[in-house]
Design a protein around this ligand. Structure first.
Ligand SMILES: Nc1ncnc2c1ncn2[C@@H]1O[C@H](COP(=O)(O)OP(=O)(O)OP(=O)(O)O)[C@@H](O)[C@H]1O
Ligand SMILES: [Mg+2]
Length: 390
């Protein structure tokens, strides 16, 4: 008590002092009453705020949850009860968080909870969630620690049901696989067909024409000197047959270069580059490296067809005067680079799914997990980089 409130002479309070104290007490009571009213007002608005918040949480179309540090489930919203099939009484009886996942996932769940509580993990995790009735669904969970006095005392987060998304993803993957298989199948059917037609044209027609030529030689030999006119006709036929044989060879080689099957990829590429230069007038410089490139037939065909398509594109679109083809095997990877000095392909053209020539290029390397990167810059040309693991 303050000194001035005490009568210094006999320890008794004067009337004035008592009145003064009474006034003080009244004032304090009034203050307390005001504080109490304020406290009740805050409490009321807090509880209103809380019930608004609760309403919002219950409206959410995803599960919101809270658990304590021991993994005991403490709270969830309506959606949580609905999607896991438990009720408030179950929570009060006690549900452990790991119970909500299939046994195979529980160790991973515990491990991740530990990491989140330590504050070292922020990513979402996918698990197979387990309902009360034993059925399951795919869940993506984002959680963060509940902190009190700088200490993690639990975990709260959101559980998103991604079953539909997973299903669509799977369907998309299946359909892409189907498309890839079909595309690979068509390519190989096409190769077989080409190879067959090339052989037939070359062997059958070629031999027939050669036989025809022999017969003409025979006839020519048996002509008399008066039959000069027929002889001239025969000479014309000779040159026609030669031209046809030449055409047949060209068609057969276009369909399927025999070199590829007989002498291998390097020889076929050398021949093709030379032929390309002669046909188009675009200078083609080939860097083949030292060692002969010996690959299985499937890869050889794929690589040869990629080169064919890339060079055909150079001739058709690039307006180039020169193209450099580099081939090497580095660390068990086949690498091929085709670089022209033309107008340069644009990013839009590279990414346009309608450009089936380019789509075909990519599909060619897919079976081996290879990659194709196509890049162009204006007036600096286009580069196609191929990588196929061996
Ligand atoms: N080397 C290149 N230089 C410049 N533009 C190119 C080059 N290669 C391709 N392009 C552009 O990319 C487009 C797509 O090429 P893609 O090979 O897919 O189709 P295409 O050659 O027009 O037809 P095809 O289906 O017969 O191959 C071309 O139309 C062309 O505009
Ligand atoms: Mg093309």
């Amino acid at each position: 008590m303050n000194n001035h409130l005490i009568n210094q002479n006999d320890g008794e309070k004067t009337k004035e002092q008592l009145l003064w104290e009474l006034k003080q007490l009244r004032q304090r009571m009034a203050n307390l009453e005001a504080a109490d009213i304020e406290r009740r007002r805050i409490e009321k608005s807090l509880s209103k705020y809380e019930s608004n918040f609760q309403e919002l949480v219950n409206l959410l179309p995803q599960t919101i949850y809270e658990m304590d540090i021991n993994g005991k489930f403490r709270f969830t919203n309506h959606h949580g009860f609905e999607s896991f099939g438990y009720n408030q009484a179950d929570i009060e009886k006690g549900i452990n968080f790991t119970q909500l996942f299939v046994p195979e996932d529980r160790e991973r769940v515990e491990h991740n909870i530990k990491k989140i509580l330590e504050g070292t993990e922020v990513e979402g995790h996918e698990y197979t969630a387990l309902r009360k009735d034993g059925s399951t669904f795919q869940a993506l969970i984002y959680s963060s620690p509940i902190m009190q006095n700088n200490k993690a005392v639990g975990l709260r987060g959101v559980v998103i049901d991604i079953t539909d998304r997973k299903k669509i993803e799977q369907e998309l993957k299946d359909s892409r696989d189907q498309f890839r298989n079909l595309s690979a199948h068509l390519q190989s059917v096409r190769e077989e067909e080409r190879s067959y037609i090339a052989r037939e044209i070359h062997d059958e027609l070629g031999q027939t024409l050669t036989a025809l030529k022999m017969d003409l030689i025979w006839i020519n030999r048996h002509l008399t000197s008066e039959q000069q006119e027929i002889s001239t006709k025969i000479q014309e036929m000779f040159s026609l047959i030669d031209q046809t044989i030449h055409t047949i060879r060209r068609i057969a080689t276009d369909l399927r270069p025999g070199l590829l099957d007989d002498l291998g990829l390097s020889a076929a590429i050398e021949w093709y580059c030379e032929d390309f230069e002669n046909r188009t007038g675009i200078h083609c410089h080939l860097e083949l490296g030292n060692e002969d490139i010996i690959l299985d037939q499937q890869r050889s065909i794929a690589i040869f067809r990629i080169l064919q398509e890339a060079l055909t594109n150079v001739a058709r679109h690039a307006k180039a005067t020169q193209v450099v083809v580099k081939i090497a095997i580095i660390d068990h990877n086949f690498m091929m680079e085709i670089r022209d000095n033309g107008i340069g392909i644009t990013d839009e053209q590279v990414n346009d799914p309608q450009n089936l020539g380019l789509v075909g290029l990519r599909e060619r390397v897919y079976p081996w997990g290879g990659t194709i990167i196509i890049k162009g810059s204006p007036r600096q040309g286009t580069t196609v980089k191929v990588n196929i693991p061996l």
